[in-house]
Ligand binder design. Structure first.
Ligand SMILES: Cc1cc2nc3c(=O)[nH]c(=O)nc-3n(C[C@H](O)[C@H](O)[C@H](O)COP(=O)(O)O)c2cc1C
Length: 344
């Protein structure tokens, strides 16, 4: 029997390792080879360039998502509160981390529900591992996760590799698609399926589109690598070496966005995974995404203060606005219609 850390210890380890260790993928996000064409005569006023848009019935100030991260410990509750305060102040979207721990232990609910308390108006996403649908969770638990934070949508995350490289991970991924489809069909809010940092292939995109997902968050390779995180918390050398094998694994974010666009046309795409700044988000939008998210970067800011999170959102929003200005895109629809130059 392998040693398995309790879920609360795992959550603390995840935050600590992500803050203190180098957990970056060996791959890049793939966006370096794409370039906007500079427009010297954009015929636009910078302050009139419009970064706002409506998603799932909510108007957002910018196409920015604070990606799903945490909850389930006191520190995680503080981080969620800071992220949500900044999201509320600047009106961007946010996801909480996996809520399994709070469904199994109601004492942990406040570490998640604090988000809605401090951010009554934001587009807020609940989160569960899709694998839980193979371990007894169903529609009821998905509804519970949504109700817990009065979410506007539910992320189901796919993390087969992370589960496979950790001691005692849940690796029974067979027959999951039909259960995801059932949740998509019956849940009252949109269901978005996401990876956690290894991206989405054309085949997976097709299956997810057939499941009826409202959106796909590619969470591609190029940023936080969960095999690297698991390597740092491995209980023995065998597990450490197993996890270390996958440092260069995954589909870079740029390729993942294009995969989904091709294989599941019409499906809303969220871009995340190693995005560095507003320029990367703008490139992803030009490639076909609706918005872009960061996780690791927001975690580091939230570990300091709400203001640091807000500063990062402000800078990112302004970067997007300046990119649009210099590329001659008056709004996000125009940005989506831009064709990027690709260097080999
Ligand atoms: C500390 C931390 C915890 C995370 N926990 C979750 C989670 O519970 N559920 C989930 O769907 N993704 C989780 N993620 C993955 C992120 O949402 C994101 O997909 C991934 O980190 C890639 O983005 P990045 O390169 O900007 O960090 C977590 C990421 C971090 C850094």
């Amino acid at each position: 029997m392998k040693k398995v850390a309790p879920i609360e210890t795992r959550k603390s380890d995840h935050i600590k390792i992500n803050l203190e260790q180098d957990v970056r993928s060996g791959l890049t996000n793939g966006l370096d080879r794409y370039h906007f064409i500079h427009e010297a005569l954009p015929e636009l006023d910078l302050d009139k360039v419009e970064t706002s848009f409506t998603l799932f019935g909510k108007k957002l100030a910018a196409p920015i998502l604070i990606s799903s991260m945490t909850g389930g410990t006191e520190l995680a509750g503080t981080i969620n509160q800071r992220l949500a305060e900044a999201a509320q102040e600047l009106n961007v979207a946010m996801g909480v981390g996996s809520q399994r721990i709070a469904i199994e232990d109601s004492h942990q609910i406040p570490t998640y529900s604090i988000t809605r308390k401090v951010a009554p108006n934001i587009l807020l996403f609940a989160n569960l591992g899709a694998i839980q649908l193979n371990s007894g969770f169903g529609l009821e638990e998905c509804r519970h996760a949504v109700d817990m934070i009065q979410a506007n949508g539910l992320f189901l995350h796919l993390n087969p590799l992370q589960e496979a490289v950790q001691a005692g991970g849940d690796t029974t991924f067979a027959n999951l698609a039909k259960k995801i489809a059932k949740i998509c069909k019956n849940l009252e809010v949109p269901v978005i399926v996401k990876e956690v940092g290894w991206g989405i292939s054309e085949r997976t995109a097709r299956i997810l589109a057939e499941c009826g997902v409202a959106a796909i968050d590619v969470a591609g390779a190029g940023g936080t690598s969960w095999s690297q995180v698991e390597m740092h918390r491995a209980p023995d050398d065998f597990t450490r070496q197993l996890a270390a094998t996958f440092v260069d694994w995954g589909i870079p974010t740029a390729d993942s966005v294009l995969n989904v666009k091709k294989a599941a046309p019409g499906t809303i795409i969220f871009a995340s995974g190693g995005l560095k700044n507003g320029l990367d988000i703008a490139k992803c939008i030009a490639l076909g995404a609706t918005l872009g998210g960061f996780a690791g970067q927001f975690l580091k800011a939230a570990a300091i203060s709400t203001d640091k999170v807000a500063d990062l959102v402000r800078l990112t929003r302004h970067q997007i606005q300046v990119v649009m200005f210099a590329a001659g895109a008056a709004d996000l629809k125009a940005l989506r219609n831009i064709t990027l130059n690709e260097s080999s």
